[in-house]
Design a protein around this ligand. Structure first.
Ligand code: HEC
Ligand code: HEC
Length: 256
């Protein structure tokens, strides 16, 4: 009698405990989605603004990109990626290593949701171009062919896809950093490589594959020059707001 109890109860108790835990988690996630508190967003954003600027338009000197107006799904994904070490854990990822602890401070699921929605609602701003030496004509070919064409995932005119983030408000210097990271395995991989348990960045891996067809830094600059040229015309990715569209009529491009 005694032995039977000992054999059954630990396993049964564990099972019961686990199913209770997962039920509780599911319940938490389900309510989290609905609990948007704008004031909490304002509060949480104070931390972000130290690096991403008071309106979320980025600070290049801190390597922090513009995040205002990025889609909520993408913001949530990236914050989770940083939190889980899928992004920003590689020892050579200087800028990602700065962001990772910030995402880890969002330990409540609802905080992560609230800040993602808050940032998604901030108005984006057309960036000032700083890179030089990119050739948009060569870049157009790459844009239309590499990985089956960037638009396959990132979307065409006034389209919002969920296969890739929109490209029209990304800063050129930030894009170059990211393309280099994807190409050289600093983003979009698993670190450490020999640890089978380390989380894999499945979405980022798609970009790694695309980068096989962008041979070097010059080619990266070319494709970025094309993206910026089209973005300045308002013909790339999601449709710019009326205000943004008027601002882009006087582009401050330094590219040829
Ligand atoms: C200590 C400075 C710092 C703070 C504070 C900070 N970030 Fe960042 N963040 C960065 C840097 C640097 C990057 C660029 C990482 C890279 O190059 O991969 C970044 C990248 C990001 C990205 C990825 C953007 C993209 O296009 O993929 C998101 C999203 C983001 N931050 C959101 C936030 C939010 C939300 C907060 C506030 C909770 C925050 N950050 C606070 C420095 C910071
Ligand atoms: C097969 C789909 C696919 C194709 C084709 C593709 N991308 Fe991506 N791209 C993605 C995904 C997915 C992400 C987000 C990765 C992540 O979650 O970290 C991304 C991310 C990026 C980023 C980083 C954005 C940010 O905010 O950090 C840049 C820059 C980028 N892509 C540029 C390009 C360019 C340029 C091309 C064409 C040469 C291209 N992509 C083709 C799927 C694609």
């Amino acid at each position: 009698m005694k032995t039977v109890l000992l054999e059954i109860s630990p396993a049964a108790m564990l099972k019961a405990a686990l199913s209770f835990l997962s039920l509780a988690l599911v319940a938490n996630l389900a309510t989290a989605e609905k609990d948007y508190d704008h004031q909490l967003g304002v509060q949480l954003f104070q931390l972000c603004s130290a690096c991403h600027g008071p309106e979320g338009h980025g600070k290049r000197e801190l390597l922090a990109p513009s995040i205002a107006g990025l889609p909520e799904w993408y913001l949530q994904n990236q914050l989770r990626n940083f939190k889980d070490g899928k992004r920003g854990a590689h020892p050579l990822d200087i800028s990602g290593l700065r962001m990772r602890p910030m995402a880890r401070s969002l330990w409540k699921e609802n905080d992560l949701y609230v800040i993602a929605r808050y940032v998604a609602e901030l108005p984006p701003k057309p960036p000032v171009d700083v890179l030089t030496g990119g050739d948009p004509v060569r870049g157009e070919k790459l844009y239309k062919t590499a990985g089956g064409g960037c638009a396959t995932c990132h979307g065409e005119i006034s389209e919002q896809t969920k296969k890739g983030p929109p490209q029209d408000y990304l800063q050129d210097w930030y894009m170059l950093e990211q393309l280099k990271k994807f190409k050289y395995g600093v983003r979009g991989g698993a670190y450490p490589k020999d640890n089978k348990g380390s989380p894999r960045d499945v979405d980022g891996q798609q970009m790694k594959a695309v980068m096989l067809q962008i041979p070097n830094e010059q080619a990266m600059k070319d494709v970025i020059a094309y993206i910026r040229q089209e973005a300045n015309k308002g013909t790339l990715g999601k449709k710019p707001t009326q205000e943004a569209a008027t601002k882009t009529t006087t582009p401050t491009k330094t590219n040829e």
